[in-house]
Design a protein around this ligand. Structure first.
Ligand SMILES: C[S@@+](CC[C@H](N)C(=O)[O-])C[C@H]1O[C@@H](n2cnc3c(N)ncnc32)[C@H](O)[C@@H]1O
Length: 219
């Protein structure tokens, strides 16, 4: 999986900063929650080219961030250095159990990564988040919802509420019950809410994504 993921995302990021430079609404909400619960050490898995991890570091959090795409990490590293911001970046696959060698964090911010996988891998991914979070730590994530009328139902339905617009690139759309269910065993859910993220691309087009934003405190 690593090499095909790496190839796919490297080719996406070869087009540059495909969603622009601005930090997204959910990272700002996450920062408020992290502050309220005295989170300082933050992990950003699947950080892309760094627009949110750099923003978090600028807010004073101690940030570690990784992505399977070496192209994205190179862009993020260069941007952080250009801005004089300290983020611990590395290339890594979130499914690798040896990743981070058991180091745990007080907070994890997982933006728009969970919905990229089929059911078994989504379950594994949540287990990985759990393993990388200290007891009492906070997991803040966003994932696409069944209410996203721009994207829901496009392509072949390969699993329930999971569509492949592009072959081999599933997108899973979460119901409210399901986002609550993935947190229920190991977390107290502090908030779960729908919000809109407007994404722009280099062609000047933009689209509104209907996402869940969920914050859980690990038991
Ligand atoms: C939709 S993008 C979201 C990027 C960023 N979190 C954001 O919100 O701007 C998904 C990201 O997950 C990364 N990714 C996909 N599979 C991964 C894996 N197995 N391990 C680490 N990163 C992965 C991709 O390279 C890509 O940067």
């Amino acid at each position: 999986m690593t090499s095909s993921m790496n190839t796919y995302w490297n080719s996406r990021y070869a087009d540059g900063r495909i969603w622009g430079d601005d930090a997204i609404p959910s990272v700002k909400r996450t920062s408020d929650w992290f502050r309220e619960y005295y989170v300082n050490e933050v992990l950003v898995p699947g950080c892309g080219y760094g627009r949110n991890s750099i923003w978090l570091a600028k807010q004073g959090f101690q940030v570690t961030a990784f992505d399977v795409s070496d192209v994205a990490i190179q862009m993020a590293t260069e941007d952080a250095s250009r801005q004089g911001v300290n983020v611990n970046y590395f290339v890594g696959n979130l499914f690798k159990p040896a990743l981070l060698n058991g180091i745990q964090f007080e907070g994890i911010y997982l933006s728009n990564v969970l919905h990229l996988f089929l059911s078994d891998d989504r379950k594994r991914l949540m287990e990985r988040m759990d393993a990388m979070l200290k007891p009492g730590g906070m997991l803040a994530l966003t994932c696409i919802s069944v209410h996203d009328q721009n994207n829901y139902g496009i392509g072949r339905e390969v699993e329930a509420n999971t569509f492949e617009k592009h072959e081999g690139k599933p997108l899973h759309f979460y119901t409210e019950a399901e986002v609550l269910q993935i947190f229920e065993e190991n977390y107290e859910v502090l908030t779960h809410t729908l919000h809109v993220q407007t994404e722009s691309d280099p062609s000047g087009e933009s689209e509104d994504l209907q996402l869940w934003f969920v914050v859980g405190k690990k038991r």
